[in-house]
Ligand binder design. Structure first.
Ligand code: HEM
Length: 119
């Protein structure tokens, strides 16, 4: 059987490292930093890792809120979404993730935009 994206990305530890790096990038990205200034980054890293792993074939349980609820009232715009995607791509490249897998992650993030943009 074909490997899941979770397996091809190298499983829990490697994915946690990618999400850690992406959130650290958000915290210093001028477009995003104001959004994350007062947030519990370790908690967001944990929830982000769970969310992503659970969505791509991992055994993890996601314990966070629905995306639409978590982002409600934030009025997030396209520039911010693009900035998060740029940081995630940089984190994936930092872990030498292959181009096919990077494209798959980008497609997944893009598919979720309706859950986070101006909700
Ligand atoms: C497809 C894109 C995105 C995904 C998959 C995603 C995923 C998540 C997840 C899983 C959480 C934790 C939910 C919870 O707290 O229960 C979260 C929270 C959060 N996200 Fe996103 N997110 C996305 C886009 C964005 C964007 C574009 C921004 C802003 C610029 C953003 C800012 C935040 C903030 C500030 C929180 C913390 C909310 C709070 O605790 O008050 N997210 N996101």
């Amino acid at each position: 059987m074909a490997e899941t994206l979770y397996q091809r990305l190298g499983g829990a530890e490697r994915i946690a490292a990618i999400i850690d790096d992406a959130l650290d990038r958000h915290a210093v990205n001028p477009v995003l930093a104001p959004r994350f200034r007062d947030k519990d980054l370790p908690r967001l890293k944990q929830l982000g890792t769970q969310f992503f792993c659970a969505g791509i074939g991992g055994p993890q349980q996601y314990e966070g809120r629905e995306l639409r609820t978590a982002h409600a009232g934030m009025n997030i715009n396209e520039q911010e979404l693009l900035a998060t995607m740029d940081d995630i791509v940089a984190a994936l490249n930092g872990q030498a993730v292959g181009a096919t897998e990077v494209s798959e992650v980008v497609a997944i993030l893009y598919s979720l935009k309706g859950e986070v943009l101006r909700v």
